[in-house]
Design a protein around this ligand. Structure first.
Ligand code: 5AD
Ligand code: SF4
Length: 578
């Protein structure tokens, strides 16, 4: 283990600073014979890449789908988990859930075991979020509890290692290692392949970190291991990073540049999930509409329609390759009984092709998450969102024309730099005008490194932000209650998730529009108008007659089992009835 000690400084370096130091003073003319002798001596030993093994991410997956690290200065056997138990805690967005599955897949291959019991864990990994200060505070607090637990465990025979993964590892790097001396491992979002090595270093008693961001890493060859409790819904990451640089957002700094995972690898994962009986897949990316798989030859045109409708981007629109609509088309053809959702598209590049596809394909849910962030054009400009209030509302009208049954959800930020009472009123009026049924609303939290941090004043007092946020929430609830109330009396196709959290006598599921539905657990007809009855289980599709609604959910009674094929029939019935 002393061996690792000698390597210690190299585990936390980034290529950015080592290169100049390494090359600087070696002017050709001044190389002495002593230096030549020294160079020839070290050339037969391990080279620089050996020390960086795993720091630069392997680009080409091996044919068997395993990591293709060819430099093996630290022998592979040393990276093995030897059945050590890993406990994951995931914070933040769905992307982090997906990252947890990737990290777990990598560790599982190396012989680690997963545990749901913290007390028996050899390794505790926190998959972290940096998007708002509150998210980070939660993790700092959790770290204190874990390090106290680690101290207690030091006296027992099962020592515990703590690792910080994801955005917070990327954003705070050195600060975490210095402030929390008992943290053993830091791995940024592009460094999960390096986890086995980092954990091996940590076993030797050292802190180990890799926070290098990559331009290529998509973990395309790492099949995530799904760990959903019910196992009927899954998230599939289709791209990583973000190039949008909205002025408030830390994501481009923690997750790096945008890159798309190849179509073939996404289709393979969705096929695998379908074989496992998964009934609903959500395609995940920070900005799914700018998905491009340029590894495919076909040229499918560009999305110029949006640029001419009042949307603009600070980045060059990507050309060529397969676009999001092509991907959605292919994914939805895999299993006609599998629901497909996606999140999040950016309003600035929402092409009509995607809307038409949603309208036509019965297994693509008629639900769109369309983050608005503000209803004021002035604030949208300061946020660098690339659209105005009018352009956003035009897009909403276009969506509603092409998909009349659409359910819309959104994200809003209250109290962004320079937001006046009038701007806030415009946000409230936009929420009323659109009529969303789900919303994610936040008070602005300034993040270092962002454009807003450098150039704008965080000038809305905390209590004003809070009051505006509460007003947004209450208008949202009113509107969602109206949207949901309009469904009373209709029959909805519901994918059953399992027992309701509130009562074991009820089941809970979701409509095509992603609204939660609660209904009594009872046997129902095996198909519409059949007299044979069967119990309802998680993963089943059932038709539910809706009897009441509030802003959060619907209540009703299941009529019969069903399938996605019935969605079309169901809509025909509803329209005839109207
Ligand atoms: N403060 C508050 N909310 C933020 N979001 C992103 N950055 C911030 C921030 N600095 C919100 C946006 C985004 C969602 C994922 O988080 O609404 O869409
Ligand atoms: Fe952040 Fe904007 Fe990218 Fe979303 S689109 S992740 S808000 S920079």
């Amino acid at each position: 283990m002393d061996y690792f000690r000698t390597l210690r400084p190299l585990f936390t370096i980034s290529q950015h600073w080592i290169r100049p130091r390494y090359c600087s003073n070696v002017a050709k003319s001044s190389v002495t014979s002593r230096e030549r002798k020294f160079k020839s001596h070290i050339s037969s030993g391990p080279n620089f890449q050996d020390f960086l093994k795993g720091v630069s991410v392997p680009k080409t997956p091996a044919a068997d789908g395993q990591d293709c690290d060819t430099h093996s200065y630290l022998s592979e056997e040393l990276h093995m988990g030897n059945s050590r138990k890993v406990y994951f805690e995931t914070y933040g967005c769905q992307m982090n859930v997906s990252d947890t599955e990737i990290a777990w897949s990598i560790l599982q291959r190396k012989g680690y075991q997963r545990t749901a019991d913290l007390s028996e864990a050899d390794v505790v990994l926190l998959v972290t979020c940096s998007i708002r200060d509150k998210a980070e505070q939660t993790i700092w607090n959790r770290l204190q509890q874990l390090t106290a637990m680690k101290k207690r465990r030091l006296k027992t025979r099962t020592p515990m290692k703590i690792g910080i993964l994801g955005c917070m590892a990327e954003r705070l790097k050195v600060e975490i290692l210095e402030r929390e001396k008992l943290v053993d491992v830091l791995a940024g979002p592009d460094a999960y392949r390096d986890l086995p090595r980092l954990l091996t270093v940590a076993e030797g008693g050292q802190q180990a970190s890799n926070v290098l961001l990559s331009l290529e890493e998509t973990y395309a060859d790492v099949m995530p291991v799904q760990h959903a409790p019910q196992g009927h819904s899954a998230f599939v990451s289709i791209m990583r990073g973000c190039d949008n640089m909205c002025s408030y957002c830390i994501v481009p700094f923690t997750r790096g540049r945008e890159r798309s995972r190849p179509v073939s690898s996404i289709l393979e994962e969705v096929r695998m999930l379908s074989d496992q009986g998964v009934k609903e897949v959500t395609l995940l990316g920070q900005n799914v509409n700018s998905y491009r798989d340029t590894s495919e030859e076909q040229f499918c045109g560009s999305d110029l329609t949006q640029l001419s409708r009042g949307f603009k981007t600070v980045y060059r629109t990507k050309q060529g390759g397969l676009r999001f609509s092509d991907l959605l088309d292919r994914v939805s053809c895999i299993d006609p009984d599998m629901r497909i959702r996606f999140t999040s598209p950016h309003p600035k590049d929402f092409p009509d092709e995607v809307l038409h596809l949603i309208a036509e394909r019965r297994n693509i849910c008629q639900q769109i998450h369309l983050p608005a962030q503000s209803g004021s054009s002035k604030i949208l400009k300061a946020m660098r969102r690339g659209y105005t209030r009018e352009a956003y509302l035009d897009l909403v009208r276009n969506i509603k024309t092409i998909i009349p049954e659409v359910s819309l959800s959104s994200d809003f930020i209250s109290g962004f730099c320079g937001e006046t009472e009038d701007d806030h009123q415009q946000t409230l009026s936009l929420i009323r005008e659109v009529g969303y049924n789900v919303g994610f609303l936040f008070a602005y939290s300034m993040r270092k490194k962002t454009h807003a941090f450098h150039r704008l004043q965080d000038d809305v007092p905390a209590e004003v932000k809070q009051r505006r946020l509460e007003e947004c929430i209450s208008v949202f609830r009113e509107e969602a209650a109206k949207v949901n109330a309009a469904l009373v009396g209709s029959t909805e196709l519901v994918l059953v998730e399992g027992e309701s959290k509130r009562s074991a006598k009820d089941l809970c599921g979701r409509t095509d529009g992603n609204v939660k539905v609660i209904f009594p657990k009872e046997d129902v007809a095996v198909q519409p108008e059949d007299s044979d009855m069967a119990p309802v289980n998680a993963g089943d599709y059932v038709l539910v007659k809706i009897s009441s609604a509030n802003s959060q959910s619907l209540r009703g009674r299941a009529i019969s089992h069903s399938s996605l094929g019935d969605r079309a029939k169901h809509y025909e019935t509803v329209q005839t009835a109207v």
